[in-house]
Design a binder for this molecule. Sequence first.
Ligand code: DC
Length: 218
Amino acid sequence: MPKFNIAIDGPSGVGKSTIANILADHYHMIHLDTGAMYRCVAFYLIQNQVDIQNEQELQEALNCIDIHFDGDKVFLNNQDVSSQIRLNEISMAASKISALPLVRNKLVSLQQDIASQKGFILDGRDICTVVLPNAEVKIYMDASSKARAQRRYDEYISKGIDADYEVIFQDIVARDYQDSHREHSPLKVADDAVVIDTSDMTISEVVETIENIIEDIV
Ligand code: DC
């Protein structure tokens, strides 16, 4: 396993996970999808009707949450929730609960523990700025909201899932606003991250660009 970490930040639907998976394969690293962790917490809090305004109740709920990954599957307290956490309702809820300091404290320290062994690719919103500010490779992937909405729409259609472009676009705009305007660890570009605007790039072009950055830095 390589002795370096890769941190990737960027807005919803920019393709961070897809790129991180390809890079993980290529460099024999492990991809940690931190967004999936926020989604698991959101799923648990909704299922258990936790009052998120009540800090004690929230902390007790967080203490009961165990998240682990097995390949591309995500387990919440040993239940495979890989598909449920991708529902639209959970996307919005994850964005909302990710603003809560107690939730962030728990997940950020978990992510830091995991990555301390090196050889990890973490993608999310605060990886370059908060979780791994000393990561050897720091990337900020960007794309216009229209390009991201179109990609998500195409993905749904190719999977035979009914989709409405305008609904997807509005959802992306709302989550961008929520993720970048929260008080704690908002989505922003780290000063020393390399910014890649992927709006007009193919997946292989993005991978190649990041591979060149890795070769230069490591
Ligand atoms: O990457 P995603 O869409 O699966 O993430 C779901 C939500 O989780 C996103 O709207 C914001 C939050 N998130 C975060 O605050 N910090 C991260 N490192 C990853 C995700």
